[in-house]
Design a binder for this molecule. Structure first.
Ligand code: URA
Length: 420
C-alpha cells in the first residue's frame, strides 16, 4: 500500500476501503507515513468527508493502535461523560463524584485546555498536591475505593489519535465532524466505559456554532458508540454564554465545590443533575436521585475522598491571582448578551488557558461574572471581575470583551435553552 494512493483516493472523493484505513492508521502510528502525508489526508477528509462505514473503520483502527482498558474487577456498572468543551464548563468536577454517590463507577479520562476552552485537568491541578497522571493500577485503585477517578489518559490509549490530534491542531484540520467524532469515540471506547453520555455544546463558545452541526456530530458519535456495543446518548446544550459564573481554573474548582455543598449557580446544578440522570439511566442504575445526593452531602463525601486519593488536599486554600480589574455595565437596562467566546478568549488572555500545549496555565487567573443574560443591571454596576497574575494582561483581555456585552433598556436576550 502507498500513502499517495490513499491521499489521492480521498482527494478525488472516493470511499476509503477498510484495508486502506487500517494501513494508513497503523503506518502513521509506526512513523511509516510522514506527517505531511497524514496532514494531506486529514485535509482531504475535512474537505470530502467520510461515510458511516469509513468513520466506523477509522475509529476502530485508532482503538486498535493501543490498549483497551476494562473494569470488570469492579462490583458496579461504569458510566462516563464527555463534553465537547466550552467556557466555564466545570461540570465534570461535581458530576463524577455525584454519579458515584448514586451507584455507578466513573472512570473519567480528561484533557487539558487548548485555546479559549478550559481543560478539566488544568482546573483540578489548582488543588495543591493533586496528581493527574496515574498508572492503570492506580486508576483502578482510586475507582474501586472512591467510585470515581478523573485523570489523564496514559500514552498507551489510542496513540494514533494522540499523534493525529496534535497534527490536526496545527494544520487547520480540527473542524471535521468525522475526525472529531472518531477522535473522541476511539478514546472513550478504548477506555472501556460501559455507558457514555455526550454533552455536545452549541454556540459561539463551542466547536459547533449551530444546532444543525452539533446534531450531526452528536448523531455520528452516538452511531459509533452503538456500533461498538457502547450504550451512548447525547444531549445538545447551550454554549452561547458562559456556564455558571466562574471561568478559570481555581475559580471553577471553588464554584464546583459550592455545587457539591448544595449551592452554586442554577445552570450548573441543572446541567449536572440532568447529565447525572442520563448517566445512571444509561448504566441501568435506578437508585438515589442525583438532586438528593447534592443536598445530603454524599456527593461531597466522594469528592473529598477522590481528591485525597490523588494526593490533593480538599481543604487547601486555592491559588488567588494577584491583580483584579472590574468591568462595569455601560448603561442601565437588561443584560442581553454575555458572549461565551469573548469571555473565553478574555480568560485565556488573562492566563487561564494556553496557546501551545507546552505552555503553563495560571491557577488563579480568570473571570467572575456577576450578572447573567436576562438580569436587569444599573449603569456602573460591576458585571465582571478579571483576575490575573500580572496587570499587564488586562488590556488584551478587555479587547476580547469588546462587543461581548450587550445592555439594552428594554431588551430581551435571545438565548438557547440550557438543554436543547
Ligand atoms: N476533542 C478530541 O478529543 N478530539 C477532537 O478531534 C476534538 C475535540
Amino acid at each position: 500500500m502507498d500513502a499517495i494512493d490513499v491521499i489521492r483516493a480521498k482527494r478525488d472523493g472516493l470511499e476509503l476501503t477498510p484495508a486502506q484505513i487500517d494501513w494508513a492508521i497503523d503506518a502513521y502510528t509506526r512513523g511509516a507515513i510522514a506527517e505531511e502525508q497524514m496532514s494531506a489526508l486529514a485535509m482531504a477528509i475535512l474537505l470530502n468527508g467520510m461515510n458511516r462505514a469509513e468513520v466506523a473503520r477509522w475509529t476502530d483502527a485508532m482503538i486498535r493502535s493501543g490498549e483497551r482498558m476494562g473494569w470488570s474487577a469492579l462490583d458496579r456498572p461504569t458510566a462516563d461523560k464527555h463534553s465537547t468543551g466550552g467556557v466555564g464548563d466545570k461540570i465534570t468536577l461535581p458530576l463524577a463524584p455525584l454519579v458515584a454517590a448514586c451507584g455507578a463507577a466513573v472512570p473519567q479520562l480528561s484533557g487539558r485546555g487548548l485555546g479559549h476552552t478550559g481543560g478539566t485537568l488544568d482546573k483540578l491541578e489548582s488543588i495543591p498536591g493533586w496528581r493527574a497522571a496515574l498508572s492503570n493500577a492506580e486508576m483502578l485503585d482510586v475507582l474501586a475505593s472512591t467510585g470515581a477517578v478523573i485523570c489523564a489518559a496514559g500514552s498507551g490509549l489510542a496513540p494514533a489519535d494522540r499523534k493525529l490530534y496534535a497534527l490536526r491542531d496545527v494544520t487547520g484540520t480540527v473542524e471535521s465532524i468525522p475526525l472529531i467524532a472518531s477522535s473522541i469515540m476511539s478514546k472513550k471506547i478504548a477506555e472501556g466505559t460501559g455507558a457514555l453520555v455526550l454533552d455536545v455544546k452549541v454556540g459561539s463558545g463551542a466547536f459547533m456554532k449551530t444546532v444543525g452541526n452539533a446534531r450531526e456530530l452528536a448523531e455520528t458519535m452516538v452511531g459509533i458508540g452503538r456500533d461498538n456495543g457502547l450504550n451512548t446518548v447525547a444531549l445538545l446544550t447551550a454554549m452561547d454564554r458562559p456556564l455558571g459564573n466562574a471561568v478559570g481554573n481555581a475559580l471553577e474548582v471553588t464554584e464546583s465545590v459550592e455545587v457539591l455543598a448544595g449551592g452554586g449557580p442554577a445552570d450548573i446544578v441543572e446541567l449536572t443533575v440532568a447529565l447525572a440522570r442520563e448517566m445512571l439511566d444509561a448504566a441501568g442504575i435506578a437508585g438515589k436521585d442525583p438532586a438528593e445526593a447534592l443536598r445530603d452531602g454524599s456527593a461531597m463525601d466522594v469528592w473529598r475522598r477522590m481528591i485525597s486519593a490523588q494526593g490533593g488536599d480538599p481543604d487547601a486554600e486555592l491559588p488567588v491571582a494577584a491583580e483584579t480589574h472590574t468591568v462595569t455595565a455601560p448603561a442601565g437596562g437588561v443584560l442581553t448578551s454575555l458572549d461565551a467566546f469573548g469571555v473565553g478568549v478574555a480568560a485565556w488572555r488573562l492566563g487561564a488557558g494556553r496557546a501551545r500545549k507546552e505552555d503553563p496555565v495560571s491557577a488563579g487567573a480568570g473571570i467572575m461574572c456577576h450578572a447573567k443574560p436576562g438580569d436587569r443591571v444599573t449603569a456602573g454596576q460591576p458585571l465582571l471581575t478579571l483576575h490575573a497574575d500580572d496587570a499587564a494582561r488586562f488590556e488584551r483581555a478587555l479587547e476580547a470583551l469588546d462587543g461581548a456585552i450587550g445592555v439594552e433598556e428594554d431588551g430581551r436576550p435571545d438565548l438557547l435553552p440550557l438543554v436543547i
